[in-house]
Design a protein around this ligand. Structure first.
Ligand SMILES: [Zn+2]
Length: 349
């Protein structure tokens, strides 16, 4: 078994007491990660069901076992901290830099039904992603790349989704800085739709939709909030959320493993700058969802482009946007803020 071999990353794999895989990503020179998990864990019975909605031809995952998962534990019981001072957590080592392990309460599990993993961005319980250094972001990126390669190679996996939910307002049950990776045994409804649209555009124009949209945003500029040598960040013209920014590499790649060294190195500084602007918008940590869109494992790899969509449900200092009738029932979003205005506020935040 081999993941991505980035020369400046040391990868250590082991098993937790119940057999789940754990993978450490460290800079060379960090202490060896020796797992000694003495928790009396029995393998969780967590088989999920995948059902198809015949009216929409969309998959829905049934994961009823998740009802019992840990919900907002006190900080001294955080299961994502290193195991020190007699405390036994999900990470049975005295420290770590970035660590990934299989979720004990996965939404997707069982033979051929995909896999769910947890990524801890830092061992510091009180940090958030925006507090990481560019080098730490690069190490997280290495972990995402490694997992995207390995999960895509599992039998039946059709799409790999790396994401972060940040803030209790989003429904986060653990405040420790972490994200998740879902390996789906199907192509998700959103990506299926994006692929259909891209195929239609190719048939009609011969072009690649994502290239033309990003080029148009860069030419127009009114919604661009940040730009580096390799990446562009902009509020989409038809943004659905009160705060919404999409980050695209200027040279299109299908997925995270497709990023070259220059693109990888250039991502952290732009993303950190953006997240810090997010937190300055309302003077309070902004709840957000950060979602990596990758091309499916076996479809659309020449038509879809890797990008990160980051968005928040906060629409003012003390108001959240809830998905009500039009959004939840009809999928028709009603925007509360003009995207050009959001871009302007983010540029000056
Ligand atoms: Zn913690």
């Amino acid at each position: 078994m081999s993941g991505v071999r980035l020369s400046d990353v040391r990868r250590t794999t082991d098993r937790l007491a119940d057999g789940r895989e754990i993978i450490f990503f460290d800079r060379p020179g960090a202490p060896e990660r020796v797992v000694d998990d003495r928790r009396p864990l029995t393998a969780a019975s967590t088989s999920s069901q995948i059902r198809r909605d015949p009216m929409l031809d969309e998959y829905v995952v049934m994961a009823s076992h998740r009802q019992d998962r840990t919900y907002l534990p006190p900080a001294d019981e955080c299961p994502l901290d290193p195991s020190v001072d007699g405390k036994r957590t999900e990470v049975p080592t005295p420290d770590y830099q970035v660590v990934v392990f299989e979720n004990r309460f996965p939404s997707l599990s069982g033979p051929g039904k995909g896999r769910c993993e947890v990524v801890c961005f830092s061992s510091d319980h009180n940090a958030s992603f925006a507090d990481l250094t560019a080098d730490q972001v690069d190490l997280v990126l290495s972990a995402w790349i490694d997992r995207s390669i390995e999960l895509a190679a599992l039998p039946g996996v059709e799409q790999v989704f790396c994401f972060e939910n940040r803030g209790e307002e989003i429904g986060v049950t653990l405040s420790h800085p972490h994200g998740q990776i879902y390996a789906y045994p199907f192509v998700t409804p959103r990506t299926t739709r994006m692929l259909e649209v891209a195929q239609r555009y190719r048939a009609g124009t011969g072009g690649v939709l994502v290239d033309d949209v990003v080029a148009a945003e860069r030419r127009d500029g009114s919604r661009v909030v940040g730009e580096t040598e390799e990446w562009t960040a902009f509020v989409p013209e038809a943004a659905r959320w009160p705060v919404e920014v999409h980050l695209y590499p200027k040279r299109r790649v299908p997925d995270l493993p497709g990023l070259d060294a220059a693109q990888r190195a250039d991502f952290g500084p732009l993303y950190l700058d953006l997240l810090r602007r997010f937190d300055r918008l309302y003077g309070t940590p902004l709840p957000y969802i950060a979602a990596w869109h990758q091309a499916p494992v076996r479809a659309g790899r020449d038509l879809l482009g890797l990008h990160l969509e980051v968005f928040s449900i906060r629409r003012s200092a003390d108001k959240l946007k809830f998905l009500a009738g039009s959004e939840s029932a009809m999928g028709a979003f009603i925007g509360d803020v003009l995207p050009e205005r959001t871009a302007e506020r983010l540029r000056s935040a």
